[in-house]
Every structure is written in structure tokens, then in C-alpha cells.
Design a protein around this ligand. Structure first.
Ligand code: MN3
Length: 201
């Protein structure tokens, strides 16, 4: 079963001015596509060909670096696109809002702490909001294309929100200003999708 590049659920320019169309076009059509192609090449002709992406990631320590990097890249970006939406940027509601307030004090404090995780991730990687084994929310970050679902993750959990802080995600528009990109991200977060993940859907 070959892995395939999912369609973006909106137009390349839908997230303007917060995330520019050219960045989205290259990010999806070149970067994400490359992870998919390289993942297919890495499993082709092996026993792993029939495994799901989730299974590959859950046991990634047993696999090659190519599967770790490209399997992670494919999962992370497929997850990320769905978390963004035009005209989003409202605040979380209901059970998700309650859980955020309980874990971080307030929505504002949550954004500050998530932003710190995203800003201080050295080099390339991701910031995450996760549900832990205890059912509570926690923030983490991972290097490169790792994620909290990987068996080798330092802090394992079930991600419900993620932010790509590789330079390819923001450099065309924001250059080295990663904090500006992180601030802009809050304008395009699809909190309905985050709430679905929180509810385990
Ligand atoms: Mn990326």
C-alpha cells in the first residue's frame, strides 16, 4: 500500500496574510510530497509495505532513519494541515477550554507556554499540545520530524495540536522571525478540529 499526499483542505492562499500562499504551495507540494515519496521508497519491497503509518510510527525505533524522518514528516504534515483553517482564530470552547484552563491556568497562559516551546526548539522541529496517559494536557516539542506518538519520544502522548517550526514553514514571509510566525499561527488554528482530537475522534 503506497502512501499518498493528502489534498489541502483549503486553497494555498486561504491562510493569507498569516501564512502566505507561496509558502503553503511549496510546503505542501514539495516538502510534504517529498516525505511521502521518500517514505514509499523506504518501505517498498519490504515487510513494512503493508503497515499503516500509525504502526510504523509507534515502533519507529525498530526502523531505519529514513522511515523515522519521512514517516514522521508524512504524519506530522497530514495532521498539521487539518489543524489550520481560514477565518479561524477563535478560542477553544467547552471541555477543551476547561482542560486548557486546568492544565495551564488560562488560554493566554497556554499560548505563552506553547509559544515558548515553539520558540526555544533549537533548529528544526515541532511544538505539540498532547493528552498524556493520565488524561491531562501537556506541551512538548520534538526535533526534526519526530512526534509524541513515536516510541522513542522523550515525552510520549497523543497530540491534539501541533506547530511546524522548521524554517521552510515560515522563512519566505517571516525570514528569521519565528516568534512572529508563532503569533500569526493563533489566527488560523482550527479549534473545532483540536476539540475533535481532544474528544478522541
Ligand atoms: Mn514542514
Amino acid at each position: 500500500m503506497a502512501f499518498t499526499l493528502p489534498e489541502l483542505p483549503y486553497a494555498f492562499d486561504a491562510l493569507e496574510p498569516h501564512i502566505d500562499a507561496r509558502t503553503m504551495e511549496i510546503h505542501h507540494g514539495k516538502h510534504h510530497a517529498a516525505y511521502v515519496n521518500n517514505l514509499n521508497a523506504a518501505v517498498q519491497g519490504t515487510a513494512l509495505e503493508s503497515q499503516s503509518l500509525e504502526d510504523l510510527i509507534a515502533h519507529v525505533s525498530q526502523h531505519t532513519p529514513a522511515i523515522r524522518n519521512n514517516g514522521g514528516g508524512h504524519w506530522n504534515h497530514s495532521f498539521f494541515w487539518e489543524l489550520l483553517a481560514p477565518n479561524a482564530g477563535a478560542e477553544p470552547e467547552g471541555a477543551l477550554a476547561d482542560a486548557i484552563n486546568q492544565a495551564f491556568g488560562s488560554f493566554s497562559d497556554f499560548k505563552t507556554q506553547f509559544g515558548q516551546a515553539a520558540t526555544t526548539r533549537f533548529g528544526s522541529g515541532w511544538a505539540w499540545l498532547n493528552v498524556g496517559a493520565d488524561g491531562k494536557l501537556f506541551i512538548s516539542s520534538t526535533p526534526n520530524q519526530d512526534n509524541p506518538l513515536m516510541d522513542l519520544a522523550e515525552h510520549k502522548g497523543r497530540p491534539i495540536l501541533g506547530l511546524d517550526v522548521w524554517e521552510h514553514a515560515y522563512y519566505l514571509h517571516y525570514q528569521n522571525r519565528r516568534p512572529d510566525y508563532i503569533t500569526a499561527f493563533w489566527n488560523v488554528v482550527n479549534w473545532n478540529k483540536v476539540a475533535e482530537h481532544f474528544a478522541g475522534k
